[in-house]
Design a protein. Structure first.
Length: 308
């Protein structure tokens, strides 16, 4: 069976812990895993703008002994110039794994159905699971554990980041609260899945409209841009409902005194997060950005070890 990572709950709690343990090991000894020695190629496809994803996956594949084959999505036009299925069949004959940053979740699901090699979701409109592996690694580094901690995500609770926080944190046995205004709540199916997982891991998952209630006594406070890729033209109108969810010093004051602050970047200081917060002593965003490299290397190495 070919294992993929298309959404956060593709890893069981035990498997997620294995990947995070490997990420910790690879951070201290970056070249100890070489699953792509040869080098073997890994296709890395970008349909959306990228900085951290491109830098971390290309460097990561190289450090794993492989060749990062960058594919420009605007040239490949997968699903337009030729079908996703046909593209997957071609790529699967040439590479050892496929990493894709794209739009609809159905696109990456179809890629996985036909590629015959591991497929990794490097971001879709519905989930951002690689970011969450890096986030969990960062939280564990700063807090020493994951299970039992409370995480508050503020902003667009209908976003891919909100959905991934629900699933990944529930898998880790954490208490996750996603908070956003009415009309910007999480997908009901994703929330129900997170609640089910949390019931098995002694965690919890909830949608909390009141931002103060969401942040109160939180160990980790997270936000993300209010304007997702593709909605930039609606920035001013979209921002209005989110103003009470801006992570500033007064709101952060409701969290635990030693709470850490996270943002997956790019950040817009003075909008979803105050400059004195993201650049302040509680911010761990630069550790979080670096850990994209280590967590994704661990994921790729783990996937290559678990093909049957």
């Amino acid at each position: 069976m070919t294992r993929h990572f298309l959404r956060d709950d593709d890893l069981s709690p035990v498997e997620q812990a294995e990947v995070l343990a490997l990420a910790k090991a690879l951070k201290s000894a970056r070249h100890q895993a070489r699953p792509f020695e040869g080098p073997r190629a890994v296709a890395i496809i970008f349909d959306k703008p990228t900085l951290r994803t491109q830098a971390s996956f290309t460097a990561g594949v190289a450090e794993l002994g492989g060749y990062p084959m960058l594919v420009d999505g605007s040239l490949a036009r997968i699903g337009v110039r030729e079908s996703v299925a046909d593209s997957a069949r071609v790529l699967g004959r040439m590479v050892s794994a496929v990493v894709w940053r794209t739009y609809g979740q159905e696109r990456i699901d179809e890629m996985a159905a036909y590629a015959g090699v591991p497929v990794v979701n490097a971001l879709t409109d519905r989930f951002h699971p690689c970011q969450l592996l890096a986030d969990l690694q960062t939280i564990e580094e700063h807090k020493g554990t994951l299970a039992g901690l409370t995480v508050a995500f503020l902003g667009d609770a209908a976003s891919n980041m909100s959905h991934s926080f629900l699933l990944a944190c529930a898998t880790a046995g954490m208490h996750v609260r996603v908070s956003g205004p009415d009309g910007f709540g999480p997908d009901a199916d994703v929330l129900a899945t997170a609640e089910r997982i949390a019931g098995e891991t002694a965690g919890s998952a909830s949608y909390v409209v009141d931002p103060v209630a969401a942040v109160t006594d939180a160990d980790v406070v997270v936000t993300d841009t209010w304007v997702s890729m593709g909605t930039e033209g609606e920035a001013e109108e979209r921002s209005r409902p989110f103003l009470p969810y801006a992570v500033d010093t007064p709101l952060l004051g409701h969290a635990k005194a030693d709470a850490i602050v996270m943002h997956c970047l790019p950040a817009y200081r003075g909008k979803e997060i105050a400059a004195d917060v993201i650049d302040g002593p509680q911010s761990v965003v630069w550790d979080e950005a670096e850990n994209r490299l280590h967590a994704q290397k661990a994921l790729l190495a783990w996937l290559m070890e678990h093909q049957t």
